[in-house]
Design a protein around this ligand. Structure first.
Ligand code: F6P
Length: 319
């Protein structure tokens, strides 16, 4: 392979820049030309493509967001959209593609691979919801952003003896909620992967108060449902002064942690190695700190699950 492309697609994630840098530098090191495709599959369809040089990715390793921009492109789900994209790849002589993104981005990568354009998926999403890898790029940074917020909320919750409901992102996955809840010492963690019982939750809060607990923090993954309703129900049932904080998109920004930068560098470089080896339709990941690659289809047919032992531990430690 002499020319490859790289794009970021779906929700941006801190560390995507470090992954782009790794792809570009690794490819150039091996005398392969690299083309950066702006705004994900949308930019591919529109031919928003430019050649990348070593210097194109200078001074970005520490920056959040993605220098290539990102988009969610509905048109690329259609045959027509995919054919337009292929036309652009042909026009630029691009023979393979590194796709950095989440499961929606992987679907596009798989479609292109089926049409004869080898693609390798690099897991870039704060949600940590891609089967086959322990961690996705951006998760660690988002988690630390959430922890920073929880620590601050804890200060004011203590001062005012309040109950706080904190809603975190994750789409349908509870990883951010679980890890942040465990690291932040939350009283309760509500994840979409677990049924929750509001009566049990309020009873637990009341038990805590009887023991002398003056404040509580409840982490709610957005996939669980309305955190507004949960906060209202808690206040009505317990009579505790309750507040809601929805952290929202702050979780997607910020300078990537060292872990995310290293993960992104390793995975981006591995994706190029696979393309150099002529392998498409693969996804890269990390399992037990070892790099892995596997059929991208696996990520699309398997369901993501949270670590059940960790969930149990969070319950045991928050009695
Ligand atoms: O997939 C990343 C993510 O931030 C999810 O956690 C969230 O549900 C979604 O993207 C938000 O998407 P948008 O930025 O398009 O509102």
């Amino acid at each position: 392979m002499k020319k490859i492309g790289v794009l970021t697609s779906g929700g941006d994630a801190p560390g995507m820049n470090a992954a782009i840098r790794a792809v570009v530098r690794k490819a150039i090191y091996h005398n392969i030309e690299v083309y950066g495709i702006s705004r994900g599959y949308q930019g591919l369809i529109e031919g928003d493509i430019r050649k990348m040089e070593i210097g194109s990715v200078g001074d970005i390793i520490h920056r959040g967001g993605t220098m290539l921009r990102s988009a969610r492109c509905l048109e690329f789900k259609t045959e027509e959209g995919q054919l337009k994209g292929i036309e652009q790849l042909k026009k630029h002589g691009i023979e393979g593609l590194v796709v950095i993104g989440g499961d929606g981005s992987y679907q596009g990568a798989q479609a292109l691979t089926k049409r004869g354009y080898p693609c390798v998926g690099v897991p870039g999403t704060i949600d940590n919801d891609i089967p086959g890898t322990d961690f996705t790029i951006g998760f660690d940074t988002a988690l630390n952003t959430v922890i920073d917020a929880i620590d601050k909320i804890r200060d004011t919750a203590t001062s005012h003896e309040r109950t706080y409901v904190v809603e975190v992102m994750g789409r349908n996955a509870g990883d951010i909620a679980l890890w942040a809840g465990l690291a932040g010492g939350a009283e309760t963690i509500l994840c979409p992967e677990h049924q929750h019982d509001i009566d049990e939750l309020t009873a637990k809060l009341k038990r805590g108060q009887e023991r002398g607990k003056k404040h509580s923090i409840i982490i709610v993954a957005e996939g669980v449902g309305s955190a507004v309703d949960i906060a209202r129900e808690i206040e009505q049932t317990t009579g505790f002064d309750t507040r809601l904080t929805v952290l929202g998109h702050v979780q997607r920004g910020g300078s990537p942690t060292a872990n995310d930068r290293v993960l992104a560098s390793r995975l981006g470089a591995l994706a190029v190695e696979l393309l150099m080896d002529g392998q498409g339709g693969r996804a890269v990941g990390i399992v037990a700190n070892q790099l892995v690659n596997y059929d991208i289809n696996e990520t699309l047919v398997k369901n993501h699950t949270i670590d059940q032992k960790m969930y149990k531990l969070s319950e045991e430690l928050s009695i």
